[in-house]
Design a protein around this ligand. Structure first.
Ligand code: S3P
Length: 419
């Protein structure tokens, strides 16, 4: 599919519902003590995996993803293995949950997910007493649910999926679980549990969790900032653009990208209107002619983890070099996002240096066009579509279908850049 340049952009968008929050409200409402009402859930491949697994385990759902009633029930063991598809959040969060449930559960995923590390969750869950078999630290996992005990654990990496897997297990374990070592990864799980009156406390970045009797949710999922990031990037890089994004989640642990863009002199403004349990607001992004390259501050990296590849695009219009280091985690996402960005840039005739833990992009480069490979990664497909829109001759994307993982209507938004 070819994405061709557009002349002028004036758009006001509401983004699809947040993916991370959708997974979490589905799981947490399944653990609540009564019926929840969820509104505006993301209807995309990844979140449907979590929904289908919960449903097959016996949770009762009524309605659709616009308005869903969740009737929690004790989980039942089923013979069939549980399919997580491409979704790391499903595999890791559901593992935390199932470790405490009676029965034997088998989790598997697609080719990409089967190459993503699961040892990071297996280790702490086993310390809590879980029985988990894996294929050398990768999917498939065989989980034998048990009564777990709380642990003290220092997270070796700032991963929200890892942190959440432990927290979900701790909600059904004996004693207190204390988690240290992660200042920056997204905190939706913690916020929602607090909102549901669960036993969770956060002090000086130390999280304490205990067995909880969660109250039901009545919750509307806000727009996904990670989806907004593609259009913010587009507005900044385009020579005649203004894009307004309304009702988007602006949780401080998600908007490292905005902080980085401010440091790069981008023409962006944002305001928060609502705060409980998740900050929601508006972002306005416009043509930015004064961009400057920077070295991305280390402490902002976990808050911008899914948006980091977009900084390679921003760097193309900046004065000077844009340097990303300390981002090795990008190598174990839906694809090796460092390698895939570097290879595609090279195929497009754009200069970039690959680092073990990031990349260096020279500023002020011309983008003519060409062909790229998505490596079956939804964010890579969308990132290079954005590049196509600001290129001279357009960009051919080998497989655009992967957008359905997180943003099924992505192409409709591109058709509406002048509304
Ligand atoms: C997510 C956490 C991040 C992120 C992913 C979604 C989540 O992964 O990259 O897209 O919903 O918790 P890590 O926890 O592996 O950093």
């Amino acid at each position: 599919m070819k994405i061709s340049p557009v002349k002028k952009i004036r758009a006001k968008f509401i983004m699809p519902p947040d993916k991370s929050i959708t997974h979490r409200v589905l799981i947490l409402s399944s653990m609540a003590n009564d019926k929840s009402k969820l509104y505006n859930l993301l209807n995309a491949d990844d979140t449907k995996r979590t929904y289908n697994i919960l449903k097959s385990l016996g949770i009762n759902f009524k309605g659709d993803f616009n308005k869903l009633e969740v009737y929690p029930k004790p989980i039942r063991e089923i013979e069939k293995p549980l399919y997580c598809g491409n979704s790391g959040t499903t595999a890791r969060l559901i593992s935390g949950y199932l470790s405490t449930q009676n029965g034997l559960f088998i989790l598997y995923g697609d080719k990409s997910l089967s190459k993503r590390p699961m040892k990071r969750i297996i280790l702490p869950l086993e310390l809590m007493g879980a029985k988990i078999e894996s294929r050398n630290g990768y999917l498939p996992l065989i989980i034998k649910g048990k009564n777990l005990k709380g642990i003290k654990y220092t997270l070796p990496i700032p991963s929200a999926q890892l942190k959440s897997a432990i927290i979900l297990a701790a909600l059904n374990s004996e004693g207190k679980t204390i988690i240290k070592g992660d200042k920056n990864s997204r905190d939706h799980t913690e916020r929602l549990i607090k909102y549901m009156n669960g036993n969770i406390e956060i002090k000086n970045n130390v999280i304490s969790v205990e067995k909880s009797n969660l109250e039901p949710l009545n919750f509307k999922v806000p727009g996904d900032f990670s989806s907004a990031a593609f259009f913010i990037t587009l507005a900044i890089l385009h020579s005649n653009a203004k894009i307004i994004i309304e009702n988007v989640n602006l949780n401080p642990t998600r908007i490292g990208f905005l902080k980085i863009l401010e440091q790069m002199n981008a023409n962006i403004k944002y305001e928060v209107f609502e705060n409980d349990p998740e900050p929601i607001g508006r972002v306005i992004a416009e043509t930015s002619n004064e961009l400057k390259g920077i070295e991305i501050p280390k402490e902002l990296i976990p808050n911008a983890i899914d948006e980091l590849p977009l900084l390679a695009l921003i760097g193309l219009n900046a004065e000077g070099r844009t340097i990303l280091k300390n981002a090795k985690e990008l190598r174990v996402k839906e694809s090796d996002r460092i390698k895939v960005v570097v290879e595609n840039f090279k195929d497009l005739g754009i200069k970039i240096d690959e680092l073990e833990d990031g990349f260096i992009v020279e500023g002020k480069q011309k983008i003519t066009g060409g062909k790229i490979k998505t490596y079956n990664d939804h964010r890579i497909a969308m990132m290079f579509s954005i590049l196509g829109l600001i290129s001279k001759e357009g960009i051919d994307i080998d497989n655009i279908n992967y957008v359905k993982i997180s943003f099924p209507d992505f192409l409709k938004y591109i058709d509406n850049l002048n509304n």
